[in-house]
Write a protein that binds this ligand. Structure first.
Ligand code: DAV
Length: 373
């Protein structure tokens, strides 16, 4: 006989209310994908990954999974329900009528794919071909939530075609140089064009009735417009962070900690005119502490700023990567209880503590944190 279990409730309106239920990714079968237009623009020019592709080394997968499993145990010990995705065989060619590519990517960062807004979980369009099918890893969970919670909305944004017309050809050369990249990103000349709506879920931050979305390599203005039309009761704000030569995902750049407090990457500051909404409503935007490392770990797409990719458990408690001592000190000074989590050896699989999680349920309702617009 089945044991009576608590049925899933989907509900999460922001990044900080008390976390009750979360998805944590897995490293199984992760691949370094072959070249494709979106990826070429993103892999840092001095990266040890340029030219490599195929399954990641088995010992690094085992190590990443060990750390992810331990993180799950830490969350579980705090009474948080933890679910895991079902990896598919990422090391196989995939195709649509418009393109084909040699492998998929993995399912370590659910944050990139799933956007939870209230009772809805929305599958993002994604903007890399190698990540087009990644939602399949989360379908077993989403189907279960849909059965268990009669109020849950399971939505998927229109799958993009991702033809070459979606990418600017001038980004295809590998050696653009950082100076030119900074000019281009300041001018909002990103790798993705405006042919069709594109967004990754990790470009979106949830602040109650406001959604703050980074316009960059992985999310275009049509994607942001689509989100506004899809969530008509929300106010959707496009933001930029000049200073980032590879603007991918907002969660190593702008990190809300609790109502009224945001950490901002000091190399990627929010422009003056975009700060006003926060300032008018008494939100403080503070420079994040320096990362503890000078370089990302081997075979990693992300920058050292995963230091600020923290997971807030409630407005007084935050998970910080164990080696990121400066970030931990800063959050402690700001009045947070810091929970240390070892994750650095999993960074290469798709990011830090915020990336490797996706909200299912947090306490609280949809509030208006920005009454003065
Ligand atoms: O700074 O490399 C990483 C974001 C991953 N979701 C960065 C951004």
């Amino acid at each position: 006989m089945a044991t009576p279990e608590q049925k899933t409730v989907v509900s999460s309106w922001n990044e900080w209310d008390r976390l009750r239920h979360v998805i944590v990714g897995r490293a199984d079968g992760s691949c370094i994908p072959p070249a494709e237009p979106a990826l070429d623009a993103k892999v840092p020019e001095d990266s040890d990954m340029r030219g490599l592709h195929g399954p990641r080394p088995a010992d690094t997968v085992a190590r990443a999974n060990e750390l992810l499993d331990r993180f799950c145990d830490q969350l579980h010990a705090r009474g948080i329900v933890v679910d895991r995705p079902t990896p598919i065989d990422f090391n196989q060619p995939v195709a649509t009528p418009d393109w084909e590519t040699g492998t998929m990517f993995g399912c370590m960062p659910p944050r990139d794919v799933l956007l939870t807004v209230g009772k809805e979980i929305l599958e993002a369009t994604m903007s890399y071909r190698c990540r087009w099918f990644e939602y399949l890893c989360y379908r077993p969970l989403l189907q279960r939530y849909y059965l268990e919670d009669p109020g849950m909305r399971h939505e998927a944004a229109p799958k993009p075609r991702l033809t070459d017309a979606d990418y600017r050809p001038d980004y295809l050369s590998g050696d653009i140089g950082i100076a030119r990249r900074l000019e281009w990103t300041a001018a909002r000349h990103f790798v993705t064009t405006e042919v069709e709506p594109l967004f990754d879920a990790a470009d979106v931050l949830r602040f109650g009735r406001d959604l703050v979305v980074q316009h960059g390599f992985t999310t275009n203005m049509k994607g942001i417009d689509w989100l506004q039309r899809h969530f008509p009761d929300h106010r959707v704000h496009a933001v930029n962070f000049p200073g980032d030569p590879y603007p991918i995902h907002i969660d190593a750049t702008f990190t809300p900690i609790r109502p009224g407090l945001i950490l901002n990457n000091p190399q990627r500051r929010l422009p003056e005119e975009q700060r006003r909404m926060f300032e008018r409503n008494d939100w403080e935007i503070v420079d994040a502490a320096q990362p503890a490392h000078n370089e990302p770990p081997p075979l990693c797409y992300s920058s050292v700023w995963l230091s600020m990719n923290v997971l807030v458990l409630d407005p007084k408690t935050v998970c910080v990567e164990k080696s990121e001592v400066y970030q931990a000190e800063q959050l402690d000074r700001l009045g947070m209880e810091v929970v240390e989590v070892e994750l650095r050896d999993a960074y290469a699989f798709g990011g830090g503590l915020h990336c490797c999680t996706a909200d299912v349920r947090r306490d609280g309702e949809r509030e208006d944190y920005f009454p003065v617009q």
